[in-house]
Design a protein around this ligand. Sequence first.
Ligand code: GLP
Length: 243
Amino acid sequence: MLHTNIIVAPTPEAVGAAAADVFEALIHAKPACVIGLATGSTPLPLYRELIAREKAGKLDFSRVRSANLDEYKGLAPDHPQSYRRFMQENLFDHISIKPENTIVPDGLAADVPAMCEAYEKQIETWGGVDLQLLGIGHDGHIGFNEPEDHFPAMTHEVALTAMTREANKRFFDSLDEVPTAAFTMGIGTVMAARKIVMVVTGADKHDILMQSFFGPVTPQVPASILQFHPDVTLICDAAAWGK
Ligand code: GLP
């Protein structure tokens, strides 16, 4: 491991607060910064903390731009399980960020390569991502970059693995309803961010956390590429860190 800062916090809430400190520092230093955001359960304490800090007058999202990592293929923005809807309900609707300053891949894109290219272009036009938030899947996926034989560079379509669909079925009525494909920023898109914060909580993530940061760098464990990023802060709870 080369450049990873590691913070072990006692609880998921403390992980959220520590991650919020990183966002707060960036937004103070650069009010019109570009942040990369993630879905899943792990970032929720962070989002609650960011909302509370803006309400308390400590933060101002009015000039911030945000790009989300991924979206399910085939889900409309207002679908209850879409990642766009997740972001609206858990963060955007409660802070001053402008709707036109938030982007999420379009789950209904008719021309997938054009949508993916436009997504990359928008991030580039904004000047690139200053701070990318990541969670991690049990198979080491980041965004929806699943284990593969190479590291995909750009935003692209992916087939979801059985493990990921199984893990995410808790949000749907049944496994059949979980989409079989998604659009995700590539590993290259993620690695281009100037700073990365990964949040990991729960004992069930311990093994993949160790493999990702202390094992070999391999596209079979997509998060392992982070060992090559110059500025990664890993914030995990005691359960994920283990002994
Ligand atoms: C999904 C998302 C990932 C997220 C992962 C883990 O697959 N595409 O971005 O990191 O779930 O989610 P959780 O934090 O709920 O374990």
